[in-house]
Ligand binder design. Structure first.
Ligand code: SF4
Length: 322
């Protein structure tokens, strides 16, 4: 349903030095799937999400590659075509999405504005649809007559998720949708989202720094580091079959609530400065398995038993994924 091919996003700086936050990323998202994208802050996850949704300002970014949604390359569409497609085929919920509501309009009006811009439905059928969506995100439909400030943070974020589904998109990109909320609210929203996806069968790209959260809801996990995908596996196997040293290190930071003895390890060092590019494997300065080749040759994403991994430890089978 979505194919991303050799996507590069380079932020332009005043000094003229470009920072490539997304570097040659390839992946696809099939219909009816829940894909988690994880990595530390600054690894390029949000930039990738914004790049897919066409939300990057071309004056400030150089973007190349292809983003093909339902057979249409988004980067060849006009602004108007992209605007239409955005709500109908693809929608986005951001961490601060709950603060993006217009404070002087009631919730109902904000849903209606979106629906009017994309369809000719009668007001009564639009109100029915709003009520249906608010119920689906476990809110009392009567809140449609409230102003945003009358809702709690969790209610607003549920409403933002409901709004993202208003025109039945095939793909919803959620960028840290629950990070600003407390853990109890976070948990109930994640459970609700998982149930909604299961019932309505849209696809989700769920972006988060929280591997534990992603493992609970996603059916596939992609791990990103320094602008590249370094591992891509089904969520059911990545816990026991992580191969990339960075994925293993991330798992070491994850507290399994079911484990009896928990020992936490941090990841030493910090991600590299991407100004001026990266030579070799970007994880090399932090990797406990580092070899000489890691400083000179960038590992390619290659097939492994359960998915894809980019690490020279597995280079004996190295076949670049087309
Ligand atoms: Fe570590 Fe080398 Fe693998 Fe990079 S390529 S993760 S430095 S072993």
């Amino acid at each position: 349903m979505l194919e991303v091919k050799d996507l590069w996003v380079t932020y332009k700086s005043r000094s003229g030095i470009g920072v490539s936050a997304v570097r040659g990323v390839d992946f696809d998202i099939p219909d009816n799937s829940f894909l988690g994208l994880v990595g530390e802050s600054g690894c390029g996850k949000s930039t990738l999400g914004f790049g897919i949704a066409g939300l990057l300002d071309p004056k400030r970014n150089d973007v190349s590659g292809k983003v093909i949604l339902d057979g249409q390359d988004l980067y060849t569409l006009s602004k108007e075509q992209l605007r239409t497609l955005r709500w109908e085929k693809l929608s986005v919920v951001l961490q601060g999405g709950m603060n993006a509501f217009n404070p002087v309009l009631k919730i109902k009006q904000q849903f209606i504005d979106v629906m009017r811009a994309h369809s000719n439905q009668s007001t009564s059928s639009m109100v029915d649809r709003i009520a249906e969506l608010l119920s689906a995100v476990q809110l009392d439909p009567r809140i449609m007559d409230s102003y945003p400030h009358e809702l709690s943070g969790g209610m607003k974020q549920r409403t933002a998720i409901a709004l993202s589904l208003v025109l039945h998109p095939r793909l919803v990109i959620l960028d840290e949708p629950t990070t600003a909320l407390d853990v109890v609210v976070q948990r109930s929203i994640i459970n609700m989202l998982s149930e909604l996806q299961r019932l309505q069968k849209f696809s989700v790209l769920f972006i988060s720094h929280d591997l534990g959260l992603v493992l609970e809801v996603a059916n596939r996990v992609m791990v990103m580091y320094s602008g590249q995908i370094v591992e891509d596996k089904p969520a059911s196997v990545i816990m026991d079959d992580a191969q990339h040293p960075y994925t293993k290190a991330l798992l070491g930071c994850y507290v399994n609530p079911h484990a009896e003895n928990v020992s936490l390890k941090g990841i030493p060092g910090t991600p590299p400065d991407l100004r001026g590019g990266v030579q070799g494997c970007p994880f090399a300065p932090r990797c406990s398995f580092v070899m000489d080749v890691c400083f000179t040759k960038t590992p390619q994403l290659v097939k492994c038993e359960n998915g894809l991994v980019a690490c020279h430890l597995y280079r004996q089978d190295e076949v670049t994924v087309e």
